[in-house]
Write a protein that binds this ligand. Sequence first.
Ligand SMILES: [Zn+2]
Length: 185
Amino acid sequence: MSNEPARIRHHVQHRHPDDVRFCALCGSEMRLRPVLPDARQHKVCTGCGFVDFQGPKLAAGCAVADGGRVLLLRRGIAPALGKWTFPGGYVDLGETPQAAAAREVSEEVGLAVKLGGLLGLYADAAHPRVVVAVYMAEPGSGMPSTSEEASEVRYFAPAEIPWDEVAFATTKEGLRDWIARVTRS
Ligand SMILES: [Zn+2]
């Protein structure tokens, strides 16, 4: 296998963590077993005893607001290609959610932001595999611009939000909360 940058293959990524078969530490087979103290079922290594506690992935993003309008990007990559969402992405291990939220805005739309407080934590109740932390933010230096991940970038007033073209259930929920905040202040 070459050392070239890898492209994400979503159909492969989505097999994790359910389809994990072998221990990441020693390579032995993993089997479902009840684990004490609460005897819930987890995959346990038959070799070294490592318990694979699977949890949701944490993502973070920003509701960047300017003059009562919120910045959304049109997704340039799968999933939800062509749909609108907040700039955001997965939090890397060793990174705070706040740092990840600001980094993703910079990477996706080329804008430095000043973070405010947490808008909310969101998970799609039908598939709660990802939890998204959305922070309030104000634009700092730079102008919003497109990237490989964002084919279009613009600010939307609450009445302009294209609800039928919003990417994820978590985006919709976050946008509703953002509107509730800006319209009551
Ligand atoms: Zn093991």
